[in-house]
Design a protein around this ligand. Structure first.
Ligand SMILES: [Zn+2]
Length: 260
C-alpha cells in the first residue's frame, strides 16, 4: 500500500514525535551510504527486489518523470542540504520523506498499485496517468523536505500534510496547462481510491482522498479559471481566492530558499 493512500501512517506512528508528517522511517540501518552531494534533490535507484518491482523501476526510470520533477525543484530552490530521492522496493512501507536522513523514498511497489485503477476503469493511457501521479507524489514529498528545510512549524500532522499538498499544487501549477492536467489526474487518482475504499482511514494524517481530489480541482480552477470552466460550480466560487491565498503564503515562505 502507498503512504499517500494512508497506510504509511501506521509506520510513521512509530516515529519520534519530533518527526513531522509523511515520514519514511526504515528501522534497519541503511544498507548503503547516501552519495556525497553538494545540495539539492538527488535521484538514485536501488535494485528491485521482485519482478513486479522491476517493472515498476523500468517505468519510473525509463519515463524520467521523477528526474524532471526534481530538475524543476532544483532550478527553483537552493536547499541548505542534499535530499536523497531513493527509488526502491519498500515491501509495502510506502512512499514518504524521512526528516532524520533528509531522504525521500519512492516505492516501486506503489507504482503498480497506482497504475491499476486507471487500467481498471479503461483509461487508454494508464502509463501516462501513472507518470502524472508520480509527478504529483514527488512534489508532495518534496513539500515535506522543503517544510523541513525551512523549519516551518506545522500545527499538527494533518496541517503538514495539507501544506505538502499545497506545495505540490504550487509546483504543478507553475507548469501551466501540462501541470494542471497532472494535478487533475492526481485528483482522479484520489477519486478512484475513494471509490475503492469509501471509508477514510481514521489513522491517516492526510485529508481523505475525496477532499484531496477536490482541493486539487479547486486549485486548478483558481489558477486558470478560463481554461477550466467545466470545473466552475457554485460550491467552487471561493476557489480563486482560496488558491490565491495558498499560493501567496507558499511563495512568501519559500523566499529564503529561492534561487536568485
Ligand atoms: Zn505526506
Amino acid at each position: 500500500m502507498s503512504r499517500r493512500r494512508g497506510t504509511w501512517v501506521r509506520g510513521a506512528a512509530l516515529l519520534v514525535a519530533a518527526a513531522a508528517g509523511c515520514t519514511a522511517q526504515d528501522p534497519q540501518p541503511q544498507s548503503q551510504p547516501e552519495p556525497a552531494a553538494t545540495a539539492g534533490f538527488m535521484m538514485r535507484y536501488e535494485e528491485p527486489a521482485t519482478a513486479s518491482d522491476r517493472a515498476g523501476r523500468d517505468v519510473l526510470r525509463d519515463g524520467g518523470t521523477a528526474e524532471r520533477a526534481l530538475a524543476e525543484l532544483n532550478a527553483l530552490l537552493d536547499l541548505p542540504h542534499p535530499v536523497a530521492v531513493v527509488a526502491r522496493s519498500c515491501g509495502g512501507e510506502g512512499t514518504g520523506y524521512d526528516p532524520a536522513t533528509h531522504r525521500i523514498e519512492l516505492c516501486y511497489d506503489d507504482l503498480a498499485e497506482e497504475r491499476e485503477p486507471f487500467a481498471r476503469v479503461g483509461d487508454p493511457r494508464p502509463d501516462e496517468r501513472l507518470a502524472e501521479v508520480v509527478r504529483e507524489t514527488v512534489h508532495h514529498e518534496a513539500g515535506h523536505a522543503v517544510l523541513d528545510a525551512l523549519r516551518l512549524p506545522a500545527e499538527g500532522d494533518r496541517a503538514e500534510e495539507d501544506a505538502a499538498d499545497g506545495f505540490a499544487r504550487l509546483m504543478l501549477l507553475r507548469g501551466g496547462p501540462e501541470g494542471e492536467a497532472a494535478l487533475l489526474t492526481a485528483a482522479r487518482s484520489y477519486d478512484l481510491a475513494a471509490a475503492a475504499d469509501p471509508v477514510p482511514d481514521p489513522e491517516d494524517e492526510h485529508a481523505p482522498p475525496a477532499d484531496r481530489a477536490e482541493a486539487h480541482r479547486c486549485a486548478v480552477l483558481g489558477e486558470a479559471p478560463d481554461r477550466h470552466q467545466d470545473l466552475a460550480t457554485p460550491a467552487r466560487a471561493h476557489c480563486p481566492a482560496t488558491w490565491s491565498r495558498t499560493r501567496t503564503a507558499w511563495t512568501r515562505n519559500l523566499t529564503p530558499l529561492l534561487r536568485p
